[in-house]
Write a protein that binds this ligand. Structure first.
Ligand code: MEV
Length: 431
């Protein structure tokens, strides 16, 4: 990738880099890093994302990074069959959703619900002499606060959204009492960050005036616990392989519920599915991830986002609840043509529906991971695709990839040095 001519006098202080075109920036980067022409050409091939659009979405663009888009089949949610686009670089993630969905399809698939589409914006005030009285002064201004907030976004209002409530907390912080105002805003089909951040900024001078304090931060909270997506499914014993499998999955959940070390991995698996759909639809993966993990720690101990139980008639029951701040309008969701195509595949027409679908995908993902872990182990399922990756890394091309991968799996040794030797044998060059 890098040529031996890597520029020895490289300097990262590049004035006016942001004002250059992507091609000019790429030439600077190629010179800096000694990229060969093929690597530079690969970077500038932005695939299904127009370079001009990429350049408007983020800063200092030189190209794009493509991630595979897979489709999870077999999903039925609230009686509706759906195909789920998932953008992920990790093998087995898409297959896991397909398998989990197949095993509960005949029993009705997933049901889902949502607590609402409310976002929270926070306004931090410090140096307030009488924080408890100031709290009441703010609460008494509810009508004024509503007018200021709703005045920020008439479009949101026209779609039935807008200010819903104000709450004020007195926090006991290291720097003394801190007064934190929460604006509760219904952002409907928008993720809502821009809407609530604008409201918080517009209201902040009023908060300073009413409290006599100094206002610093004015920003949304990613702990979107007024925007909880929920999903549930029942997996019949005959579909999952019997009582031992069911009990293994329930015990795996108990493990995650009792131990943050395990819960982190358990929830990471859930986010494999969640983030893949969030990304495919152009939504903010980090916002959803932050919300999920904060919600998992709401009791004071980090725990599981899912629960697995046994129904009265002995079947496996799984459920999930997590904050899901996703939107259909604004940002990359609207601008990125692939995100639009993914939304069309999903057929969702509201942010709420999208959030519920994503929750179901997270539950499906978790079911498959726990089932594999509690039975054969995770490596068996990973092996086939992993072997293909290793075969490619060893230099296999075309048909060779499948042939080398099959031999690696058969031997139970998926390593690059072995792949190179196998490839050598296939090519008759002895590795
Ligand atoms: C790997 O990406 C995800 C898992 O580790 C999840 C889990 O352990 O539950 C398999």
């Amino acid at each position: 990738m890098t040529s031996p001519t890597r520029n020895p006098a490289r300097n990262s202080r590049i004035s006016g880099f942001h004002k250059k075109s992507p091609a000019e920036r790429l030439a600077i980067v190629a010179d800096f890093a000694g990229l060969d022409a093929a690597s530079a050409a690969r970077l500038s091939d932005t695939g299904n994302l127009d370079l001009g659009l990429a350049d408007r979405l983020v800063e200092n663009v030189v190209g794009s990074m493509n991630i595979p888009l897979g489709i999870a089949t077999n999903m039925k949610i609230d009686g509706e069959d759906l195909l789920i686009p998932m953008a992920t670089e990790e093998s087995s993630v898409v297959a896991a959703v397909c398998n989990a969905a197949r095993q509960c399809y005949d029993a009705g698939g997933f049901t889902s619900s949502m607590s609402g589409t409310l976002m929270i914006a926070q306004i931090q005030a410090v140096e307030v002499a009488d924080p408890h009285a100031a709290r009441l002064r703010i609460l008494g201004r509810r009508d004024e606060i509503k007018a200021v907030c709703d005045g920020c976004d008439p479009v949101l209002l026209s779609f039935g959204g807008g200010f819903r409530d104000v709450e004020v907390r007195v926090l006991d912080s290291q720097g003394g009492p801190m007064l934190v105002t929460h604006l509760i805003v219904d952002t409907r089909d928008a993720m809502g960050a821009n809407a609530v951040n604008s409201m918080a900024e517009r209201l902040a001078p009023h908060i300073a005036e009413w409290t006599g304090g100094r206002v610093y931060l004015r920003i949304l909270s990613n702990l979107a616990d007024r925007r909880l997506a929920r999903a549930h499914a029942v997996w019949p014993l005959d579909q999952i392989g019997g009582e031992a499998v069911r009990d293994g999955i329930v015990s795996a959940y108990h493990f995650a519920a009792a131990d943050p070390y395990r819960a982190a991995t358990h929830n990471k698996g859930i986010m494999n599915g969640v983030s893949a759909v969030v990304l495919a639809t152009g939504n903010d993966t980090r916002a959803v991830e932050a919300g999920a993990h904060a919600y998992a720690a709401r009791s004071g101990q980090y725990g599981s986002l899912t629960r697995f139980e046994v129904t009265a008639d002995g079947q496996l029951s799984g459920s999930i609840e997590l904050p899901m701040a996703v939107g259909l309008i604004g940002g990359a969701t609207k601008a990125h043509p692939t995100a639009q195509a993914c939304l069309a595949i999903l057929g969702v027409t509201s942010a709420e529906r999208l959030a519920r679908v994503i929750a179901a995908v997270g539950l499906a993902q978790n079911f498959s991971a726990l089932k594999a872990l509690a039975t054969t182990g995770i490596q068996k399922g990973h092996m086939a695709l992993h072997a293909q990756n290793i075969a490619m890394m060893a230099g296999a091309v075309g048909d060779e990839i499948d042939r080398v991968a099959a031999i690696l799996v058969e031997r139970g040794t998926v390593r690059q040095d072995v792949a190179q030797a196998v490839l050598g044998d296939l090519r008759g060059t002895g590795g």
